[in-house]
Design a binder for this molecule. Structure first.
Ligand code: NIG
Ligand code: FE
Length: 397
């Protein structure tokens, strides 16, 4: 027997489907949504909802698709708050800090790693995120990378093998031998638990040639590529990332005009992670406005990790994208939902068309604009995934 419910008296329902509502966000005002067996089965004017289905009145609040976080590093142990404090006092950020987390991660039990990741996912749900990609990348040896992707796979379907996060300390003077390990035994151990392969192509991490080798090895094992690129300096990896059909190229704090033109003409999403630019005090934010004006698809993510961006909060990324990268509120909300879904090559999440997964968040606000207008305020009342409440402040009924 099917199991249905309707939420009604929604002031603004953001569907992300311009065929069923206003603007690119497909906004329906005075709306209702019906869910059947975890799937959106109807959306429209509240007055047109099927009266035989049980209704909950949400009191004139707005409802948005659950955020799709396409970039996170949740499998780690240890604390780097002192590194952050030192950075704010003038010490520059470098990729080398990753090794501090590697020591702590290798010393942690499976349960410790699992609990850190679970707690961070709970935080994400409290701020409206319903889909999350999780990377490995703090183990940096075969056993610790294998358990990182194995634990990640308990928590999400979107698991990324990032053994090439930085050269492991044991290979400090022999990066190419570490790449041999990553594309050999480490990939063999991690591929069965992963859908994606990633590499940090930047100063202090891997060169473009090494990155190509790593991504091509993953592709040969049926992993889909994505890449960390141009966070710390202007590199030459964009052409390679596009040529290998990376689903997304993330960070992009440094971009040439030619990079932007190339991304706009490609299937590679520009994954912007302004929390990292914020928490590392990057000299500037990525050129989000220019990317959108050129026609690129943009995704937003907090890039939660213990070094460069220890936040899970997507609404804060929306506020930063609007304030610092000159996205409109509509563009920023789209990037945090559909943009993330496109970056993960998913068509079942990131929007609320009929047939989509019933993943959505109710805001304690009459308008979704409040996501950027009220920075830092916890606006999420209730979050649903597959039609089930996964977080609520208890103010729903
Ligand atoms: O996405 N850029 C590379 N990796 C992470 C930071 C890792 C760390 O500092 O621990 C990032 O910013
Ligand atoms: Fe990252």
């Amino acid at each position: 027997m099917s199991n249905s419910f309707t939420l009604t008296n929604i002031s603004q329902l953001v569907t992300n489907n311009s065929a069923i509502g206003d603007g690119d966000l497909g906004v329906i005002t005075n709306a209702a949504i019906t869910v059947t067996d975890g799937i959106v089965s109807w959306v429209g004017q509240a007055s047109d909802a099927d009266s035989s289905v049980a209704k909950t009145d949400v009191g004139g609040r707005s409802l948005i698709p659950g955020f799709v976080d396409s970039h996170s590093h949740l499998i780690f142990a240890g604390d780097r708050s002192e590194e952050f404090a030192a950075r704010m006092a003038g010490v520059p950020y470098s990729a080398g800090g990753i090794k501090v987390t590697t020591d702590a991660t290798r010393s942690a039990s499976d349960d410790q790693l699992r609990n850190v990741a679970r707690d961070l996912i709970t935080e994400m749900q409290e701020s409206g995120t319903t889909t999350v990609e999780i990377k490995s990348g703090y183990g940096l040896d075969v056993a610790n990378e294998e358990r990182s992707v194995r634990i990640a796979a308990e928590l999400t379907d979107e698991v990324t093998f990032l053994g090439a996060h930085v050269v492991a300390p044991e290979f400090a003077n022999d990066a190419d031998s570490y790449v041999d390990l990553v594309v050999g035994k480490m990939l063999d151990a991690c591929a069965p638990h992963s859908s994606w392969i990633d590499v940090f192509c930047d100063r202090g991490a891997f060169t473009t040639a090494q990155s190509r080798r790593i991504l091509e090895a993953g592709i040969a094992k049926q992993l889909k590529p994505r890449i960390h690129l141009n966070q710390l300096e202007q590199g030459d990896g964009i052409t390679m990332a596009i040529e290998l059909d990376c689903a997304s190229a993330d960070h992009l704090t440094y971009l040439t005009d030619a990079d932007i033109t190339a991304l706009a003409a490609s299937n590679t999403v520009a994954g912007l992670v302004p929390g990292a630019d914020f928490s590392t005090r990057a000299p500037h934010y990525p050129r989000g406005r220019d990317l959108l004006d050129a026609g690129a698809v943009v995704a937003l993510s907090p890039d939660c990790n213990p070094g460069s961006s220890f936040t899970t909060n997507m609404p804060l990324m929306i506020a930063l994208a609007v304030r610092e990268m000159r996205l409109t509120v509509d563009e920023a909300l789209f990037a945090a939902t559909m943009g993330g879904a496109i970056s993960l090559r998913r068509d079942d999440v990131g929007h609320l068309s009929i047939g989509a997964r019933a993943d959505f968040a109710l805001l304690n606000a009459p308008s979704y604009i409040h996501l950027a207008y009220r920075p830092g305020v916890p606006l999420i009342s209730t979050t649903w995934k597959d039609g089930n409440v996964i977080f609520t402040k208890g103010d729903l009924a």
